[in-house]
Design a protein around this ligand. Structure first.
Ligand code: PEP
Length: 237
């Protein structure tokens, strides 16, 4: 199974950031990335330019969200078809920052299905809050999210396990907790689905996280903004 190193730029960047894929490739050329898929998810307005900038570099581009419908009167929204039309091949859905803004498992599921219909690979994000972990509910919460957020009848999707309390906080889950959760998720999704870990992954902790059984890559926020850091994480995979 190929390791996926995915950068989520969130609401960062500018047109000028189209130079970043070439910067990444200079630091870690594609011939040195055997067995690793690299993905960058910029804000919507930069998708097409990023897809063009990634041409020939073996770096994929994805969106950070998509709408469940193909088109229609949905002011401010972007469909999976539009994302694909820009040259992207992945879409993150159900990120905890969107769940915090009211997105449900059912919304994430419909978005994931829309992404699949449009030929994109959805990265379906799940993860428990600190309260849920402290209450001993982490495994059951994540299991419930997966059962409700993964569309029925598809298998070309990625799960990103991102403990909410570890995102953007500098706190990283213990390797033993990551292993326990990823083993649990493996039992739900089967042998062929990539399971990413996300939550303050950085060059200094990536090696141990990526060496953990059933961790098939990482979803990286803050550290994906610097190509040297993203390349160092990919190199440690
Ligand atoms: C994320 O946004 O998915 C994420 C994991 O962010 P960070 O790496 O900054 O914690």
């Amino acid at each position: 199974m190929r390791t996926l190193i995915a950068g989520n730029w969130k609401m960062h960047g500018s047109k000028d950031w189209s130079r970043k894929p070439a910067e990444f490739d200079e630091t870690l050329p594609s011939r040195q990335r055997t067995g690793i898929d690299v993905l960058i998810c910029p804000p919507f307005p930069y998708l097409a330019a990023m897809a063009k900038a990634c041409e020939g570099l073996d770096i994929a581009v994805g969106s950070q969200d998509c709408h469940a419908n193909s088109s229609g009167a949905h002011t401010g929204e972007t469909s999976a078809e539009m994302v694909a039309d820009c040259g992207a091949t992945y879409a993150i859905v159900g990120h905890s920052e969107r769940r915090a803004a009211g997105e449900s498992d059912s919304d994430a599921c419909q978005k994931a299905e829309a992404a699949l219909r449009a030929g994109l690979i959805p990265i379906i994000c799940v993860g428990e809050t600190l309260e849920q972990r402290e209450a001993g509910e982490a495994l059951s919460v994540v299991e419930g999210q997966i059962k409700e957020s993964v569309p029925y009848g598809y298998d070309d999707y990625v799960i990103a396990y991102e403990p909410v309390w570890a995102i953007g906080t500098g706190k990283v889950a213990e390797i033993s907790d990551i292993k326990e959760m990823h083993d649990h998720i493996r039992g739900i999704v089967g042998a062929n689905t990539r399971i990413l870990y996300g939550g303050s992954v950085k060059p200094g902790n990536a090696k141990d996280i990526l060496a953990t059984e059933n961790v098939n890559g990482a979803l990286i926020g803050g550290a994906s903004l610097e190509m040297a850091d993203l390349a160092a994480i990919a190199r440690s995979a």
